[in-house]
Design a protein around this ligand. Structure first.
Ligand SMILES: [Zn+2]
Length: 265
């Protein structure tokens, strides 16, 4: 089954449950709730959203705060742990399968050093989740800036060490990080093959077109800019036998999610 939806509430939504109704009206099947700039949802609202999503068949996921960084000073690492735990608690209440996170920046450290810090942080979060009986998956997103930790290879090292973690390939970010490498159907297939090498089962991913420099991602662009051209990815996704959720992160997330649905028919 392929599920498609926007990052954030569709325009005109009046709160979370209405956003789920709007998502359904648009013919979409997934919604990523954005805590990027803060966790602003009560347990009560989360519960309402969860039951509405269940009624309407909308798969919920959560994006954890952008300011999480597990490679930082101790206070920030502590806060990052807390922000991720709070996101995971809400995810559990609303029955969101996965919480997506930007784990760290290099800030002068080596790839190996940061990977080890992320492993340590994920172990601690998973232990706390076990104590609190929380069941969502933590999704480590592939990052678009060269200064950000999060290549597929780095994420694979964490997955080898800690249970309950999945890669979240972001095709726009991958395109930007490697200087516009997604040009052909084979290029996209190569990414999918490497993802499925490290992760089998339900795949959660992001798409957006993207502007980039030699430092990687600069800003997200509309699907119509074809940078990269997602018409190349759509037929590949259709042939995947397992479950896949694809979330639109373009500047018009809902409209481009609807475009993606029409490309997948
Ligand atoms: Zn993200």
């Amino acid at each position: 089954m392929i599920l498609v939806g926007p990052a954030g509430y569709p325009p005109g939504s009046k709160g979370g449950t209405n956003a789920i109704e709007r998502t359904k009206e648009l013919g979409l099947t997934a919604l990523e709730v954005q805590f990027g700039r803060g966790i602003n949802l009560s347990a009560e609202r989360a519960m309402e959203m969860g039951s509405k999503a269940k009624d309407l068949g909308i798969a919920l996921s959560i994006h954890a705060p952008y300011y999480i960084n597990f490679n930082s000073k101790p206070e920030t690492v502590e806060k990052s742990h807390d922000w991720l735990m709070r996101s995971l608690r809400i995810a559990d209440i609303m029955d969101a399968r996965i919480v997506v996170v930007h784990a760290a920046s290099y800030m002068g450290s080596t790839s190996e050093q940061v990977t080890n810090r992320v492993i340590e942080a994920m172990r601690r979060v998973r232990e706390q989740m076990e104590l609190e009986d929380l069941h969502s998956i933590i999704g480590l997103e592939t990052m678009g800036k060269l200064a950000s930790w999060g290549t597929l290879q780095e994420i694979a090292l964490v997955i080898d060490e800690v249970d309950g973690i999945e890669p979240v390939p972001d095709f726009g970010h991958i395109h930007a990080r490697y200087g516009g490498n997604l040009r052909t159907s084979d290029d996209f297939q190569e990414v999918l093959d490497s993802v499925f090498q490290i992760h089998q089962g339900h795949l959660h991913c992001h798409f957006s077109c993207i502007e980039y420099t030699d430092k990687g991602e600069r800003r997200h662009l509309l699907l119509e800019t074809k940078e990269p051209d997602f018409a190349l990815l759509a037929p590949l996704i259709r042939t995947i036998s397992g479950d896949l959720t694809i979330i639109s992160e373009t500047p018009a997330p809902s409209e481009d999610a609807v475009r993606m649905v029409s490309m997948l028919v």
